[in-house]
Write a protein that binds this ligand. Structure first.
Ligand code: AMP
Length: 288
């Protein structure tokens, strides 16, 4: 039980807490897991991972309006703060702080004016159809790092592009936060866990299974020696052809450039975004 978990809603209070903690506990590490709430096992696995190297755990919940390019998506994003708090309070691992900043406090002028960007990467994959999404993500994560001052922050590989961008920002700005990757957690049937899955009907959930099944098929094919990009891309796109595809291809795992069809797929990121009904789902797998 985590009944000692403190909830902080104010940015100045968060900063004061962090300054004090760092001063009083110079040998201890603060581990940070940023989320948009509606927590599931994917989020909890990041918390478990943080506990392995950090003595103090900070989780944030903030549905960041500026990473949603679609007002309907923002409006329909699942939220249940009461349930999230109960869930965190019931964990075996100790959580020190749940930080729930208020949008008015985060964006004093109603919107961010200083915006982070990596134009070569933010416009690829998810950024292609979600204009401004990663600018919103980078900006809020940068700011959360400034307020919380964690030693370690953990991001799930479910959002591979996000992880890559944050790692790059942290390195380039010398932010002194160690970025760790958490493995992608799936339901027993293979579906990548996501807060958005709660918006799927059971028929849609069944339909969504083809996404992970296709990724596993591509990986199996690669592992059995058929490693040409063209061949694997064909499997990927043919298996998903009955769905509304946003993107589905093989990419360089650092630059996110789409791989040449004649290349060997070794080390590639196979990444997919598709719509099931109104819900946009993403998934990926690394070929290594
Ligand atoms: P979100 O609440 O969707 O913004 O996600 C918060 C963090 O949890 C991000 O680092 C995500 O990559 C991570 N996450 C979400 N779903 C999963 C999953 N199925 N497996 C691992 N990490 C996840």
């Amino acid at each position: 039980m985590n009944l000692s978990m403190k909830i902080i809603k104010n940015i100045t209070e968060m900063q004061n807490w962090s300054r004090h903690y760092r001063c009083e506990n110079p040998d201890q590490k603060i581990g940070f897991i940023p989320t948009m709430g509606f927590l599931h096992e994917g989020h909890l696995s990041l918390i478990k991972q943080a506990v392995e190297s950090c003595q103090c755990i900070v989780v944030s919940i903030f549905v960041n309006p500026f990473q949603f390019n679609n007002p309907d998506d923002l409006k329909n994003y699942p939220r249940n703060l009461e349930r999230d708090i109960l869930l965190l309070n019931g964990l075996d691992q100790k959580i020190d702080i749940l930080f729930i900043p208020d949008s008015d406090d985060v964006y004093k002028n109603g919107r961010p004016e200083l915006i982070m960007d990596y134009p070569d990467i933010t416009n690829k994959l998810c950024g292609k159809t979600r204009a401004g999404h990663f600018n919103g993500v980078l900006t809020i994560v940068h700011n959360l790092f400034m307020w919380i001052k964690p030693h370690v922050a953990i991001f799930g590989l479910k959002d591979y592009q996000q992880y890559l961008l944050i790692k790059k920002m942290t390195n380039d700005l010398h932010l002194d936060v160690e970025i760790k990757a958490g493995q992608l957690i799936r339901e027993n049937d293979g579906l990548a866990m996501s807060s958005r899955n709660s918006r799927l009907s059971s028929e849609e959930k069944n339909r969504a299974l083809i996404i992970s099944q296709t990724l596993f098929k591509v990986k199996n094919e690669f592992e059995s020696g058929n490693n040409k990009v063209l061949h694997l891309k064909n499997i990927l796109q043919n298996n998903l052809s009955h769905l509304e595809i946003d993107y589905a291809s093989l990419y360089h795992s650092e630059t996110l450039e789409e791989l040449n069809e004649q290349d060997n797929a070794s080390g590639a990121l196979v990444a997919v975004a598709v719509y099931i009904g109104k819900v946009r789902l993403i998934d990926n797998i690394l070929l290594n």
